[in-house]
Design a protein around this ligand. Structure first.
Ligand code: KG4
Ligand code: ZN
Length: 358
């Protein structure tokens, strides 16, 4: 079974071909550089860039895989949540292929793409406990099966990646902020500034990053003659120290709530053993290593996709599409792309709008 997957929900135009033997046959990714100067993704620019490049990206993935469109069993596209202009471009491309070649179309929830990647790359079995941390999302979920999720906790304000991006912006480090913060944090003193751990006593698995961000803002403002963050001048070492302290605090917030979630998960599924991280922030080595230690303490196996499959890519969409297709889920060509699409709404009995069980 061979599936083509297309991703265009944010600022990566990507496509890939995978098969049911867990093999990535071919892939191509184009990370849009156009947004760098704006300090964040500009939706209209992203949509135009997707439109301009999508055909060549799909062709390249097929060429690398050494297959033609006729060889494909199904075509999947990231169909939400995301920036709708970009999502529409990918979904239209997938539907056009499906229609022209009479192949099934599979609408993949972008978050499900992230969530199931470790099944492709590490053979993780259901059920598993997942920390999903990206630029737009931050959730702790039990993944019971394809399309069957139980959310244990979520952020009540910023996503984890968003917090990295906002702190980086305050420090003038450019977009995306996560990789730069991680790099600088490696040279910083993680105990120099004291930062809060929001919601640590809330008793649930929910997260919050806005208080942490405000605390970082106050530190940066103290370096500005007029108290304005834009005018702050920080010595290089102090920037590294802020990065290290923020990275430590954000990671500890995630770990605190993960520990609670592990207890709930283990009670429900004593036999299950996998702790998985996914999404762009999962590329962060400090977080990965901290999670690995946490997993060990609870006799769990830690799995994280290779770093290049943590940020948006076509492989994750092709794989989630393959899992859906294999389980009999395809979608009709009138499926409407969804700017919002909660993962835990996507249970098998209530497939998203336009979804049909084949
Ligand atoms: O999954 P993704 O590529 O796009 C979304 O679906 O949001 O995630 C992008 C996010 C950005 O916020 C970026 O700053 C963050 O992932 N990120 C990182 C790292 N690499 C990417 N955050 C922390 N450390 C990293 N190494
Ligand atoms: Zn993503």
């Amino acid at each position: 079974m061979i599936v083509l997957g297309i991703e265009s929900s944010c600022d990566e135009t990507a496509a890939a071909v995978v098969n049911d033997k867990h093999e990535i046959l071919g892939e191509s990714v184009l990370s849009q550089e156009e947004h760098k100067k704006y300090g964040g993704v500009v939706p209209e620019i992203a949509a135009r860039a997707h439109l301009e490049h999508i055909d060549e990206i799909i062709e390249l993935a097929l060429k690398k895989a050494g297959v033609s469109l006729q060889d494909i069993d199904a075509v999947a596209a990231s169909s939400g949540p995301g920036l709708i202009g970009g999502v529409v471009v990918g979904v239209m491309a997938a539907k056009a292929i499906a229609l022209a070649l009479d192949k099934p179309f599979v609408a993949v929830n972008h978050l499900e793409g992230h969530a199931l990647t470790a099944r492709l790359t590490a053979g993780v079995e259901y059920p598993f406990l997942l920390l999903l941390v990206s630029g737009g999302h931050c959730q702790i979920l039990i993944v019971k099966n394809v399309g069957d999720y139980q959310r244990l906790g979520t952020t009540i304000d910023d996503a984890a990646g968003e917090a990295f991006d906002k702190v980086a912006k305050m420090l003038g480090l450019g977009y995306p902020g996560g990789p730069m913060i991680e790099k600088l944090a490696a040279q910083g003193d993680e105990n120099r500034f004291s930062l809060p751990r929001p919601l640590q006593n809330s008793g649930d698995c929910n997260l919050s990053f806005s208080g942490l961000k405000t605390a970082v803002r106050k530190i940066i403002e103290s370096y500005a003659p007029d108290g304005m963050v834009e005018h702050a001048i920080l010595p290089k070492q102090d920037v590294a120290d802020v990065c290290a302290c923020f990275q430590k605090a954000a990671t500890e917030c995630l770990l605190m709530k993960l520990e609670k979630a592990i207890k709930i998960f283990k009670e429900k599924y004593p036999e299950a053993e996998d702790l998985v991280v996914a999404g762009g922030v999962a590329a962060n080595t400090y977080l990965r290593e901290s999670m690995e230690r946490l997993a060990k303490r609870y006799n769990m196996t830690f799995a994280a996709p290779p770093v290049r499959f943590c940020t948006d890519n076509g492989v994750m969409i092709a794989w989630a599409g393959l899992e859906r297709f294999k389980n009999g889920y395809t979608n009709s060509l009138d499926f409407k792309p969804r700017p919002r699409w909660p993962l835990d709404e996507n249970a098998p009995k209530a497939v998203g709008a336009g979804g049909v069980k084949a």
